[in-house]
Design a protein around this ligand. Structure first.
Ligand code: ZN
Length: 233
């Protein structure tokens, strides 16, 4: 990956992160790192890239604006195990704490990013127990054993199951209620039998959870709130 700065005809700067891949087309993504991500075919030359950028300047500007909006909305609440909690910064507290209904307390630090980073690591650690324990539980219940069970930091999925690599659950599901987590675990485990999303697959999922529809709705409704940025800028 390389960083790249594109200057528009008006002289505005657009910060890009280039990712080379084997696809044939170019994909633009907004992301929380403060840069637009551009996936481009590996065979693209510098000239071809510059040409493409200037041909698609308006489109890039639209994405860039959306990117800026994304960064200006920072969470003041955090979803944790299905509940939405406020978080406050305290001068006396030394490490991130969770005070039940009162929410999260973050220490006041010289380094402004620090408490927030600590909160993210705290949540990721909680996610290890909360999510993987549940996945192991359902793996036993259904008698389906993936080759491995881990968490992922991916931005585009809640879970993934591949016969060769096993199951990965998104750590951000730590914000979801247990019955939603259960649904995702069951969904991924059932992929060990059916790799597709055909009728037989859904039949199997529904045999083990009554929450398929409501869980999918919940994720649609609250999913983006669970995707709190890993860094603040
Ligand atoms: Zn699936």
């Amino acid at each position: 990956m390389t960083d790249y700065v594109f200057t528009t005809r008006q002289g505005a700067l657009i910060l890009l992160q280039l990712r080379f891949n084997t696809r044939k087309n170019i994909i633009i993504r907004t992301q929380l790192s403060g840069r637009l991500q551009l996936s481009i075919p590996r065979r693209f030359t510098q000239n071809a890239l510059d040409q493409w950028l200037s041909d698609h300047e308006t489109l890039l500007e639209q994405y860039w604006q959306r990117q800026q909006q994304l960064l200006s909305t920072q969470p003041e609440t955090i979803w944790f195990k299905g509940q939405c909690y406020p978080y406050v910064v305290s001068p006396v507290c030394v490490k991130v704490g969770w005070y039940g209904d009162r929410g999260f307390v973050l220490p006041l630090a010289m380094d402004k990013e620090r408490p927030y980073r600590d909160l993210i690591s705290w949540l990721q650690e909680e996610a290890q127990d909360y999510l993987l324990e549940r996945l192991r539980y359902w793996s036993q219940q259904l008698n389906l054993r993936p080759v491995s069970m881990k968490l992922t930091t991916a931005r585009t999925l809640w879970g993934v199951c591949r016969p060769q690599t096993g199951i990965r659950l998104n750590w951000r599901l730590v914000g979801a209620p247990l019955w939603v987590v259960d649904y995702v675990c069951i969904h991924e485990l059932c992929h060990l039998i059916h790799l597709n999303h055909g009728a037989a697959f859904w039949q199997l999922v529904n045999r083990h959870t009554p929450h398929t529809q409501t869980a999918r709705m919940w994720l649609k409704q609250h999913g983006s709130a669970l995707f709190i940025p890993e860094k603040r800028w």
